[in-house]
Design a protein around this ligand. Structure first.
Ligand SMILES: [Zn+2]
Length: 471
């Protein structure tokens, strides 16, 4: 996405964005066409093109915060969205009859055949894509750990004091888009939620990441927030739940322990739905449940030890490797890119189960080329394959770890994420029990903005928050 990348080229500099009017290569829509009619008209007013005769034809301009309130019988509410991420939940798991409450959301609302993660289907890039509507090449969070050659600095998601710095994070998360438009937001542990942006923009309420809070406690806190008075009560709530991903890595995506974890998290979603019903909020609050990516099972039979083929001289040309299970390679010198590329082509003759690209060869459909943080060489193993050296796998008789992983081709069926949602917005636009055609997670920002009745931040989405039904 060249136009947006240029806009967000210097990550962390949240300048006033001028939306691109260049149609994107999805054959999509320009940003100006996203604007609701009153916003277009406001823009026209500002440019002084309004004539007296058109004034009377204008709809009355209602500021978003006053647009409408809803009542549950005792209290007033603004349109409200709760978005929950179940990290690492595989789309096919919704068909295993172990998630009755997620099924209930789909039955009363909508389900996407699947949600396509952005490339690479890794946690931090995709959580940031879900809330900003930007591809990782546009927002700059390209992996969980990455080097920035301009800053000469490394982002590491496990180092909060450093990774929370706004300099890393491009784009605007929907919780700040809301706050900027006088709305309120509350975020529980979603990646990026502890970063404070220019203008002191941050969620109205935020719970930083910690390992101790259970998913039941997160649902209970969400309900507590809904009991706050209007004006203080968050109208956009994001909740991050890591346990299914952790189990998937440890035991594998199809292991009983992983599916038990999913079942238990589903029960806590049920607890939330029960709390909404008890408060008569079914017709007021919209609930969206997503995952960031799927998960593939690993196996010793799908392990490539690349130092069997690459020579010690070739291996010494590698400075650092990022993006596990990808091999995203920074060579010691830029001119080592070609010999390393040739070395992996040679390896491919023995082990064809991966693709190798120089940066400018990375397929367009990945939208993963145009950022200084993307290294010169990218090796993409086939789904479920691991690549490493004998040093990394010293005992081939030992049990393989991890048993599950993700980060492969984002279009592979095992990479698919989940999307289920219910509430008045979905009832109105799609009807109960609708199946939606698959869409990319960069479309979610516009969807949430649409429900909250706020103007979205500039983003890569093209569907304007409207999805096609699969009929
Ligand atoms: Zn994840």
């Amino acid at each position: 996405m060249a136009p947006l990348q240029k806009t967000y080229g210097t990550v962390g500099q949240q300048q006033q964005q001028q939306p691109s009017t260049t149609p994107n290569n999805e054959g999509g829509v320009s940003f100006s066409s996203f604007l609701p009619s009153w916003k277009v008209i406001t823009a026209i007013t500002i440019t002084g093109l309004l004539t007296a005769s058109t004034v009377f034809a204008l709809p009355y301009h209602v500021p978003p915060t006053l647009s409408r309130t809803l009542s549950n019988g005792t209290h007033e509410y603004h349109p409200t969205v709760i978005m929950i991420s179940l990290d690492g939940t595989v789309n096919d798991d919704l068909d295993l009859s172990i998630t009755p409450h997620l099924s209930s959301i789909a039955d009363h609302g909508v389900r996407a055949q699947w949600l396509t993660p952005s490339f690479p289907p890794i946690t931090f890039p995709n959580h940031w894509s879900l809330v900003t509507g930007l591809y990782p090449e546009s927002h700059g969070i390209i992996y969980n750990v990455f080097y920035d050659p301009v800053m000469n600095d490394t982002f590491n998601y496990k180092d909060p004091s450093h990774s929370h710095d706004k300099k890393w994070w491009g784009g605007e998360p929907i919780w700040n888009t809301a706050v900027r438009q006088n709305r309120t937001s509350g975020v529980i542990m979603w990646p990026g939620c502890s970063t404070v942006f220019d203008g002191d923009l941050k969620p109205t309420i935020e719970v930083p990441y910690n390992d101790d809070m259970t998913h039941e406690e997160k649902m209970a806190l969400t309900l507590e927030w809904l009991d706050m008075p209007i004006g203080e009560r968050p109208e956009f709530i994001a909740v991050y739940i890591p346990q299914i991903d952790q189990a998937g890595h440890r035991y594998g995506p199809y292991a009983k322990q992983t599916l038990d974890t999913l079942h238990s998290v589903d029960a806590s979603v049920g607890q939330l739905l029960e709390g909404l019903a008890a408060r008569h909020l079914d017709d007021i609050v919209n609930v969206i449940v997503v995952s960031d990516h799927g998960m593939s099972a690993t196996s010793k039979s799908r392990l490539i030890l690349y130092d069997d083929e690459l020579t010690p001289n070739e291996l010494s040309m590698i400075d650092r490797i990022e993006g596990y299970p990808l091999l995203s390679i920074w060579p010691v010198h830029e001119e080592y890119t070609e010999p390393l590329y040739q070395a992996f082509l040679r390896l491919q003759k023995v082990h064809p189960e991966f693709q190798v690209y120089k940066r400018d060869q990375i397929p367009e459909r990945y939208h993963f080329q145009d950022h200084v943080r993307i290294p010169p060489l990218l090796v993409v193993p086939d789904a479920g394959w691991l690549m490493g050296t004998h040093d990394e796998y010293p005992d081939l008789d030992a049990p393989l770890s991890p048993r599950g992983t993700h980060g492969y081709d984002n279009l592979h069926p095992e990479s698919r994420a989940i999307f289920v949602a219910s509430g008045p917005f979905f009832e109105k636009h799609y009807g109960s029990g609708s199946m939606l055609k698959p869409f990319w997670n960069i479309e979610v920002h516009n969807l949430v903005a649409d429900i909250l009745d706020i103007e979205p931040a500039p983003n890569n989405g093209t569907l304007k928050g409207r999805f096609e039904k699969d009929e």
